[in-house]
Design a protein. Structure first.
Length: 386
């Protein structure tokens, strides 16, 4: 895994007096921020550029590898025997607790507050967690990794999900013929586990399957289905349907109009311009022109050509043409390629807020940095009170 290291020198980070690194072999990227009362301990530590580790966090593993641009919250406790590894642009939220033999996740991991790997048996030799790219697990999720838990790319969950790999009761002895539940769990790509789903040992879930809220998955589920119940069973087959260009444009236009309302709530000024699918946004820091483009709606700079310091944010719902040359035609251009799930150009505050809004409407773009959004002005004011 590439950690994005451009520098590996101690002078590129400041270690507070209350924090300590206990390791004979440390490689540290530039712009690493380490909070108060942090402990990093192990035999080998490798941290990429622009990583933030917040106050009160304690990470100990024989090998620690944290990818560039990652964010680790407050009071996180990690104790991993062999290897703790997360890819770039990963976010581990406050009060996470991880205890197991090995924990690895590829780029763009997200775990919500109070995420836990533990709840019995996770000091065993079989306690292994392997997560793919863009795995996003909600707050209060439990991974009971007594045995191996594997999640492929793009697995996501709501809050209070629990995955169990062992379970027993002394009153139900195997010598009396009762079965012993000690086996791993495998979840294939693009699976969604709804709020309060429980997954029991030895289960596998096929790709693209959705498990409805409060379901109990006690037996394996096939791919491409909606499953629900206790025990969960497949209720219907799921099949994607691609929208045509006109419908894709209309859907995005609706999203952008909703986003403009949210920006007004946040204290920004928005204005609908004459060019179809185009709005002008102004904050205290920047001005941006946002425009949806496709084969019937070509990029246009005319509406804002006289605005100083303006960013142009183009959103392409489909890829009928190659818009990669836009950045060469005009400075300060950002392009959201929805189908490719990519962003090009230098993004500032408004573009990042749009990225977060689209993500919350299932249109995630870019996996090079953690998500961020503009805080509503009323919350800024309340936070500033002392």
């Amino acid at each position: 895994m590439s950690l994005g290291l451009t520098h590996m020198k101690p002078e590129h980070y400041t270690l507070p007096a209350t924090s300590k690194i206990i390791c004979p072999n440390v490689k540290m990227g530039k712009n690493v921020t380490i909070g108060q009362n942090v402990i990093l301990g192990g035999d080998e530590i490798c941290i990429g550029d622009d990583v933030r580790i917040a106050d009160g966090t304690d990470i100990r593993s024989s090998r620690i590898q944290i990818g560039a641009g990652s964010d680790i919250g407050k009071n996180v406790k990690i104790l991993v025997a062999d290897l703790f590894e997360i890819g770039h642009a990963s976010r581990i939220s406050d009060k996470t607790s991880i205890a197991c033999r090995r924990f690895t996740a590829k780029k763009f991991l997200y775990v919500g507050n109070d995420f836990s790997v533990g709840y019995g048996g996770t000091y065993e030799s079989t306690s292994i967690v392997e997560l793919g790219e863009r795995v996003a697990l909600g707050p209060h999720t439990i991974l009971n990794a007594n045995h191996k838990i594997v999640m492929a790319d793009d697995v996501g969950s709501g809050s209070y999900v629990s995955i169990w790999t062992h379970g027993f009761h002394f009153g139900h002895s195997t010598l009396d013929g009762y079965p012993l539940a000690h086996e791993g769990v495998v979840i294939d790509r693009n699976v969604w586990l709804g709020y309060h789903v429980t997954v029991l040992p030895s289960v596998s879930i096929g790709e693209n399957t959705i498990v409805a809220a409060c379901s109990v998955v006690s037996k394996s589920l096939p791919a491409n289905c909606l499953a629900a119940g206790a025990p969960a069973v497949a209720k219907k087959k799921l099949q994607s349907k691609s929208l045509d260009a006109a419908d894709s444009y209309a859907l995005l236009e609706n999203f952008i109009q909703k986003w403009a309302i949210e920006l007004q709530w946040k204290g920004l000024k928005t204005q609908i311009l004459a060019h179809p699918g185009t709005i002008k946004i102004k904050s205290s820091k920047e001005t941006a022109i946002v425009q949806i483009i496709d084969q019937d709606h070509e990029p246009s700079f005319s509406e804002a050509c006289n605005v100083d310091g303006c960013s142009y944010i183009f959103i392409a719902p489909s890829e009928p043409y190659d818009y990669s040359s836009l950045s060469h035609q005009q400075e300060n251009v950002v392009l959201f390629s929805i189908k490719k799930r990519e962003i090009s150009g230098v993004r500032r505050e408004i573009a990042e807020d749009l990225r977060d809004f689209l993500r919350r409407h299932t249109l995630s773009c870019g996996d090079d940095k953690v998500f961020s959004s503009i805080e509503p002005i009323v919350f800024q004011r309340l936070r500033s009170m002392v």
